[in-house]
Design a protein around this ligand. Structure first.
Ligand code: ZN
Ligand code: ZN
Length: 122
């Protein structure tokens, strides 16, 4: 195996790894959703909190639905902290995800507060 072939393989591995933690464009407000710097997976827009049905398990991007997911609830779960629950408008799938407040692009505290105030909290 030549050196250049090895280098190409290293590059393609790096690319596919960054794709796994890629952001996506929010289906509601159209803004690009950046991935979390912590290495965990963000599944929702930090600006409007809507999500996109792309994961079966967090970060696997295995769901084929692709529907818009409405934030329905902010719950404080023991050991997990603040959790945002989304329901897919297309298939009805419910998906909890950690709220990200310590990221350089934190989830909107204003929108979180509005969701809490709407009484949709468990
Ligand atoms: Zn959005
Ligand atoms: Zn769905």
């Amino acid at each position: 195996m030549s050196i250049s072939t090895r280098a190409e393989q290293t590059i393609s591995r790096t690319v596919s790894r960054s794709t796994e933690n890629a952001g996506f464009d929010c289906l509601r407000c159209g803004l690009p959703v950046p991935p979390l710097v912590s290495g965990s997976f963000r599944n929702h827009c930090p600006y409007c909190l809507w999500s996109r049905h792309v994961d079966v398990e967090p970060g696997d991007r295995a769901a084929r639905c692709g529907g818009r997911m409405r934030p329905t609830e902010v719950a404080h779960r023991r050991g997990k902290g603040l959790t945002l629950v989304h329901r897919c408008e297309r298939c009805g799938h419910l998906s909890p995800n950690r709220v990200a407040l310590d990221d350089p692009v934190p989830d909107s505290a204003e929108e979180l507060g509005r969701l809490m105030a709407s009484g949709a909290i468990g």
